[in-house]
Ligand binder design. Structure first.
Ligand code: PMP
Ligand code: GLN
Length: 399
């Protein structure tokens, strides 16, 4: 007799989670053959030399499990780079772990330090993986919102760190605070004084910090990235997370790292070893030899700033209001003053219309908030070839 074809039901671990907005919008863009300025990824190739380094590693038979911590030469290279850029010396053996992208680093760090009932402070709009990761750990997300600054016409002009709300949210039950600079989706960049202020807020607490710095090399107009690694008081309680996907135009390789003091790294690795155990070997060797050349990331701000400026100049005389974009490869715009009936649509509906009818995909900023927050703002990714941007901008200029 055949067994009955019934799959047992079980309570969802993430009952309120659907498919990530980036996947949804990319699928919609593909279906309608729209230009995809939604999900953040470059449409141009990475350096052939990087590919050659990975090929060499494969041909040299670096194809078995690497060290659980990550390939030693790569960890040393990362420690050297952080020391040069931010002045903090991490020990490659006890403080740096290679991860399968930033997403795995974030989830693993959260699982390693958040226990059921612990509070985790996040700042919304927030990258969409934070909340589900906190939920899987049994933690409680405490969200504060960036302050939205509006101009005289009521349109969004900029975002500011909500210090008062943060001060109220952080207390003895706070296990972790998640910060993200440069910030996805707003491009906001933390200043040194902001790090000082955060250090003041946490100094009498046992709160840890997770600093998501995947866009560390995309800060414009001559400004600097201020890493938690540059701030000894914060570095002593922080997981610093970055991703090679962003910096080296290889988002599909899924490789990044987490740097943290030994006590945090020890707990991180307990989870990491049963989460992915190790990260693919040839890519690690490839980056280990490629990383020494600093010219790639030192040139990145000029490379992306040119794209940002082209994008902004092309939208300057349209009904889109450009928000500041001091960092990341995203440009947010307020569409609420466009002289078309669709300007009244909510962000998700506007993005859907833009994708399906105008042929340009974007991400609604409301998707980065837990509770529907409508401000008439959407996010474009300008990490694209000039031709892609020109084609998209032509369509946007027609609105
Ligand atoms: N954090 C932020 C703020 C991001 O925008 C992204 C996205 N790409 C990630 C983390 C995840 O990076 P990765 O692709 O390396 O997992
Ligand atoms: N981080 C990218 C973005 O913000 C997308 C990553 C993803 O698709 N999960 O667009």
């Amino acid at each position: 007799m055949n067994p009955p074809n019934i799959t047992p039901g079980f309570p969802s671990r993430l009952p309120h989670v659907g498919t990530t907005v980036f996947t949804v919008m990319s699928a919609l863009a593909a279906e309608h053959e729209a230009i995809n300025l939604g999900q953040g990824f470059p449409d141009f190739p990475c350096d052939r030399q990087l590919i050659a380094s990975v090929n060499e590693a494969m041909l040299a038979d670096h194809n078995q499990y690497p060290s659980m911590l990550g390939v030693k030469e790569l960890r040393s290279g990362i420690a050297h780079k952080i020391q040069q850029l931010y002045g903090h010396q991490y020990d490659p053996d006890s403080e740096i772990t290679i991860t399968a992208g930033a997403t795995q680093g974030i989830l693993t760090a959260i699982l390693a330090c958040v226990s059921p009932g612990d509070e985790v402070v996040i700042i919304e709009p927030a990258y969409d993986s934070y909340r589900p990761a906190i939920a899987l750990a049994g933690g409680k997300a405490i969200a504060v919102s960036l302050q939205v600054v509006r101009d005289e016409q009521g349109q969004v002009a900029s975002y500011e760190i909500p210090w008062e709300a943060l001060a109220n949210a952080i207390h003895s039950k706070t296990r972790l605070i998640i910060m993200n600079t440069p910030h996805n989706p707003t491009g906001m960049v933390w200043q040194r004084v902001d790090l000082d202020r955060l250090a003041d807020l946490v100094q009498d607490t046992s709160a840890l910090i997770l600093s998501d710095e995947v866009y560390e090399h995309m800060v414009y107009d001559g400004a600097s990235h201020h890493s938690v690694a540059s701030h000894p008081l914060l570095a002593a309680r922080s997981f610093l997370i970055s991703s090679f996907g962003k910096t080296y135009h290889v988002t599909g390789w899924k490789i990044g790292y987490v740097a943290a003091p030994p006590a945090l790294t020890k707990e991180f690795r307990k989870v990491h070893q049963f989460n992915v155990f190790t990260v693919n070997t040839p890519m690690q060797h490839g980056f280990a030899s490629y990383l020494a050349d600093a010219s790639h990331y030192l040139n990145l701000p000029a490379f992306y700033q040119a794209k940002r400026d082209f994008f902004r100049a092309s939208l300057a005389n349209t009904g889109f209001k450009l928000l500041p974009s001091p960092g990341t490869y995203f440009q947010c715009v307020d569409y609420s003053a466009l002289n078309i009936p669709q300007a009244k649509l909510n962000e998700a509906a506007f993005c859907k219309w833009l994708t399906t009818q105008i042929g340009v995909a974007a991400i609604p900023v409301s998707a980065f908030y837990h509770q529907a927050t409508e401000s008439g703002v959407l996010r474009f990714c300008f990490a694209k070839q000039e031709q892609t941007l020109s084609n998209a901008l032509q369509r946007l200029q027609s609105l």
